[in-house]
Design a protein around this ligand. Structure first.
Ligand code: FES
Length: 92
């Protein structure tokens, strides 16, 4: 089990290895908005405050969307594209 923390509220939850970050935010009613849910629109972007290396690697689609938005691909991720492989903290 790994801990995912939503910095905005301080809420932390335990999740299984490989859990979809999208599912974590939805199941816990964290206020992350979703649009395409396919890595294209950028609506679900969050800042990864801690544990960025504990999220699944970024694929070219996610990277392209973040770059098109002018966002730092080392700091921001798209919730709909990430799986949790260790403790992490996100904020919006
Ligand atoms: S909901 Fe569109 S990129 Fe995640």
């Amino acid at each position: 089990m790994f801990k995912v923390t939503f910095k905005n509220t301080g809420m932390a939850v335990d999740v299984e290895n490989g859990a979809e970050l999208k599912t974590v935010t939805k199941d816990n009613q964290w206020p992350v908005a979703y649009g395409c849910e396919d890595g294209m629109c950028g609506t679900c972007m969050v800042k990864v405050v801690e544990g960025g290396a504990n999220l699944s690697p970024m694929d070219e689609k996610e990277k392209g969307t973040l770059e098109a938005m002018g966002m730092d691909t080392g700091t921001y991720r798209l919730c709909c594209q990430c799986r949790v492989n260790g403790d992490c903290t996100i904020e919006q």
